[in-house]
Design a protein around this ligand. Structure first.
Ligand code: FES
Length: 237
């Protein structure tokens, strides 16, 4: 009999046969049931592309003429070994970022060949290197222009006119940003190869918006009417 008069007592079925109840899943009641596999769909999947073809956007650009083609030079090999030696032998994969920076610094971008080389140096699968390259927007997968301009588009800069600045830069440098999908290919290069543009997220100087980076130089308070002045200041670069 229930001790609380508010809660009605549930009648017990004396004739119920417990053996007819469905057995709980083997791993306990929280184990998800296996999902049915659609074998027809698996059979008709298109042939898989290689990891690099699938994940690296390495189209040729007019900016290529300003950078040497990837090659394992003595200097690169020496620098890479120096970087790798900074980590314990069983953790040399940690050198992936320094090695990629070294490659980008020397050759302008991360090519599929350089990914193979980095993966060989660190004894890791190429896909592990691809994951790092595609995660960090600072790594480029195709040659930029001689002057690569990154315009901040986060809130303060957007409100300060960074989109207008980007339009003006493209107009002056004759860059068509609509020629490709900016989600897949964020860098647009001018036909002469001298300039390329890319939007960047907050460059940590929101108080002096709008801001941009030209190669490694930081510029603050670059309103769209200063775009020409900015590019002219690099005429002799
Ligand atoms: S929003 Fe542009 S620097 Fe922060």
């Amino acid at each position: 009999m229930s001790s609380n008069p508010e809660i009605p007592e549930v009648p017990v079925d004396q004739n119920a046969d417990d053996s007819k109840q469905p057995a709980p899943p083997a791993g306990g009641i929280n184990t998800p049931l296996p999902r049915p596999v659609d074998r027809t769909a698996v059979e008709y999947l298109p042939p898989a592309l290689s990891v690099l073809e699938q994940n690296i956007h390495s189209a040729k650009t007019p900016g290529e003429k300003f950078f040497p083609s990837f090659a394992v030079t003595e200097g690169l090999e020496e620098k890479a070994n120096e970087r790798i030696a900074q980590y314990p032998d069983d953790q040399k994969r940690s050198a992936v970022l320094p090695l990629l920076h070294e490659v980008q610094h020397r050759f302008g971008y991360i090519s599929p060949e350089s990914i193979d080389w980095v993966s060989d140096k660190l004894d890791i699968e190429p896909i592990k290197v691809v994951e790092v390259v595609t995660f960090y927007p600072g790594f480029r997968q195709k040659a930029p222009g001689k002057l690569h301009i990154r315009v901040c588009r986060t809130l303060s800069c957007a409100m300060g006119g960074s989109y207008e600045l980007m339009d003006k830069l493209c107009e002056i440098a004759r860059i068509d940003r609509n020629a490709s999908d900016p989600h897949k290919d964020p860098i647009a290069v001018s036909p002469c190869g001298n300039y390329s543009v890319e939007f960047a997220e907050c460059l940590a100087s929101c108080g002096t918006a709008p801001v941009c980076l030209v190669n490694d130089d930081f510029h603050e308070d670059v309103t769209f009417d200063k775009a020409k002045e900015l590019l002219n200041s690099y005429q002799n670069a």
